[in-house]
Write a protein that binds this ligand. Structure first.
Ligand SMILES: [Mg+2]
Length: 437
């Protein structure tokens, strides 16, 4: 069985863990520079405030206290995501992050009943240990697990965990209700073409002749139909959904712990991802990277870090992505481990044509020769000899994030403070400042 664990309204849920007063309120998280809404709580969705709404249009609602708008706090989200991955890995060692808040878990040799019980337990543990609400879909294939997860989210009677056996009446009933456009890897345009051919629901697709699908559409779609029948044949990379995330990852030919080699692999993936991004005319707002050691080598130390780096402005520039990768690697690399896999994922994508640069956004520049020259100099003279812009966190031109919450889980000086009396917190803070050299 394959499980898909997906956090509900992830960015907002991370904020609520440390600001419980936001529970039940309409909450939105804004893009870099507080430009537009990129994540919404269920309450905000119910107010019909669409994704991408510019923040200034919501100023009235915010001032009247009807909605809460927060700057994005990627450091917090990235760390919560890493904690989620760790918790899952403790329960079932084989997991694969699919995005910042979606992780596949691979359950071998377990009965349906055991899988269901594990799903229920994981959901409770994640709520208890991390404070994050999640839904879990369980099924024999990635494609069905995706649909099971969707059902777990939308249909309350599943209580957050939906298991689809793959070949029984309840799976068939669910596939019948599901529009084909909601099937993993079927984009809007493909759905339109399928509709012309009389394929409207996921069930229609499942019942299609595989050879016909391969001939008239693609090998990937033929495999998707097989997956709907319960035969696992898709890898995660094969069905990256356009315009949501772009992932490039690969196992190394030989495991390596040498930082420059790991970096080199990540650089290659970053360049490939940026190319794909430009192919589909999107811009990314953030870059996620991950490393993996070989979990089957029990004799070797294990480490499975991942991190998320926000881009200063949405971009499709390879150099910008490379820079994010470099920063991310600095955060997660530790010597003494032999890594066997690395990956780069581009997240929070926006349509390049529709994206309007705000006045504060520096326009992306295209100087391919400049980049090659800089790389050559950095290689000869050492990393960071030349870099694009300064990296002072406190510089005034840094990202605007007036409403960012604290980075509770990654900064000592931003820890959550608890006290019984308002004065007690101030006293403790003063004492701590005095004791610092
Ligand atoms: Mg989610």
């Amino acid at each position: 069985m394959i499980g898909l664990v997906d956090a509900n309204n992830f960015y907002v849920s991370c904020e609520r863990v440390f600001q419980p007063h936001l529970e039940g309120k309409a909450v939105g998280v804004m893009s870099n520079n507080d430009g537009c809404v990129i994540a919404r709580s269920a309450e905000m969705k119910a107010m019909d405030i669409p994704m991408g709404t510019p923040a200034f249009k919501l100023e009235g609602l915010r001032q009247r206290g009807e909605i809460h708008l927060l700057s994005s706090n990627y450091e917090l989200y990235g760390d919560m995501s890493a904690r989620l991955a760790q918790l899952l890995r403790d329960a079932c060692p084989d997991i694969a992050p699919y995005s910042i808040d979606e992780m596949f878990v691979y359950l071998e040799g377990m009965s349906e009943h055991q899988c269901q019980a594990l799903g229920d337990r994981l959901r409770r543990d994640i709520q208890r240990c991390l404070g994050l609400p999640v839904c879990i879909g369980l099924a024999p294939t990635h494609t069905l697990a995706k649909l099971a997860n969707h059902a777990a989210k939308k249909q309350p009677h599943y209580q957050g965990v939906c298991l689809l056996a793959g070949n029984d009446a309840s799976t068939t009933a669910l596939l019948k209700q599901t529009p084909v456009s909601e099937v993993w890897g079927v984009g809007r345009r493909l759905a339109e073409r399928l509709a012309i051919n009389g394929i409207h629901s996921a069930l229609d697709l499942r019942e299609c002749d595989k050879k016909q699908l391969r001939k008239r559409f693609s090998v990937v779609l033929a495999r998707t139909a097989l997956e709907l029948r319960g035969t696992s044949c898709l890898t995660m990379n094969a069905v990256d959904q356009p315009r949501q995330r772009i992932m490039t990852s690969r196992s190394f030919g030989q495991p390596t712990g040498v930082k420059t080699q790991v970096h080199e692999a990540l650089r290659r993936h970053a360049q490939r991802s940026a190319t794909k991004l430009r192919e589909q005319h999107s811009l990314a707002r953030s870059v996620m990277l991950f490393l993996k050691t070989n979990r089957h080598r029990r004799d070797q130390p294990q480490y499975f870090p991942h991190t998320l780096v926000a881009l200063p402005t949405p971009s499709d520039d390879t150099r910008v992505v490379l820079d994010a990768v470099r920063q991310g690697l600095e955060q997660i690399y530790r010597p003494g481990y032999r890594f066997m896999k690395a990956g780069v994922m581009l997240l929070d994508l926006v349509d390049a044509q529709q994206h309007q640069l705000s006045l504060l956004d520096a326009p992306a520049r295209h100087h391919p020769r400049l980049m090659a020259t800089v790389d050559a100099i950095n290689q000869r003279m050492g990393q960071d000899t030349i870099r694009f812009g300064m990296t002072d966190d406190e510089a005034p031109w840094q990202l605007r994030c007036a409403h960012r919450s604290k980075r509770y889980t990654t900064r000592w000086d931003e820890l959550l403070e608890v006290g019984t009396h308002p004065g007690a917190i101030a006293d403790a803070r003063a004492r701590r400042q005095q004791s610092q050299p």
